[in-house]
Design a protein around this ligand. Structure first.
Ligand code: KIV
Length: 284
């Protein structure tokens, strides 16, 4: 049985150059398989908007959605460190909103940490407030979908010298505000490397190269389930979409042809005597 890792252990892993394994999950079953496989940390990302609900963006995701799915993931992975992703407008309006909603992730869903996007002065204030309320908070910089309008869409960040320096400064700013860890998304490997080498907290990367202390992927991408688009940085470890398609197609064919079910294999049994009695009672 896995033992849930603490933030101190993640700090130690980062210090010892031991990679932290991080995946998203949104439901009980996926979380159960991830915990069995030994994943260190699970993010219940607001990417569930696309992966689970089929929205084109993360903007419509609500606190109620996040609480419901985080609680399901906690039930599936009771011994894994779980990060709840703060959805759009759950923390942007004020420090009070941020603390109240971060508290809901812990109290109602059993999260160990919350994650929020951005690094400006207002976001640093939210990180400080959540941290002072005693809740672990992971910052998220680089490609931050909740700020898509301001960063020019869903595209890699830090691709000029100036933009890359700004990301290094942002990492320092959120660290100083009290982030226990930083997720860096969608930046060139050299930028991931320089942020990591200057960091005093674990740096997790998604599309940020190989130098970060840990790696995150969206599980539905890496098992080949989500095929609306396929980011450049994803490696496909399974073709679950193909397996599902084959299974569903075979079921359609067998039900239509009568090949499924076979009563001797897939139906409940009744003794011959009871079957006879039943038919007699029917008058058959
Ligand atoms: O919501 C999510 O899954 C995320 C990752 C894409 C970083 O925030």
């Amino acid at each position: 049985m896995n033992k849930k890792k603490t933030i101190m252990e993640f700090n130690q892993m980062a210090g010892e150059n031991q990679k932290i394994v991080y995946l998203t999950a949104y439901d009980y079953l996926t979380a159960k398989y991830q915990e069995r496989a030994g994943v260190d940390m699970i993010l219940v990302g607001d990417s569930l908007g696309m992966v689970v609900y089929g929205y084109p963006t993360t903007f419509p995701v609500t606190m109620e959605d996040m609480i419901r799915h985080t609680a399901a993931v906690r039930r599936g992975a009771p011994n894994t460190f779980i990060v709840g992703d703060m959805p759009y407008m759950s923390y942007q309006p004020s420090d009070e909103d941020a603390v109240r909603n971060a508290g809901r992730f812990v109290a109602e869903a059993g999260a160990d940490c919350v994650k929020l996007e951005g690094a400006g002065p207002a976001i640093c204030s939210r990180i400080r407030a959540i941290n002072e309320a005693g809740i672990l908070v992971m910052a998220h910089i680089g490609l931050t979908p909740q700020f898509a309008g301001q960063i020019g869409g869903y595209k890699a960040q830090g691709r000029s010298g100036e933009a890359a320096i700004k990301l290094v400064e942002q990492a320092k700013a959120v660290e100083k505000a009290g982030a226990c860890s930083i997720l860096v998304e969608g930046v060139p490997a050299i930028v991931g490397r320089e942020i990591t080498s200057r960091a005093e907290v674990p740096i997790l990367g998604i599309g940020a190269g190989s130098f970060t202390h840990g790696q995150l992927l969206i599980y539905a991408d890496m098992v080949g389930l989500y095929d609306d688009f396929f980011p450049k940085f994803v490696k496909k470890y399974a073709d679950a979409g193909k397996s599902l398609h084959e299974a569903f197609s075979a079921y359609c064919a067998e039900v239509r042809s009568g090949a499924f079910p076979i009563d001797a294999e897939h139906a409940y049994k009744i003794s011959d005597a009871e079957a006879e009695k039943f038919m007699e009672m029917l008058g058959a």
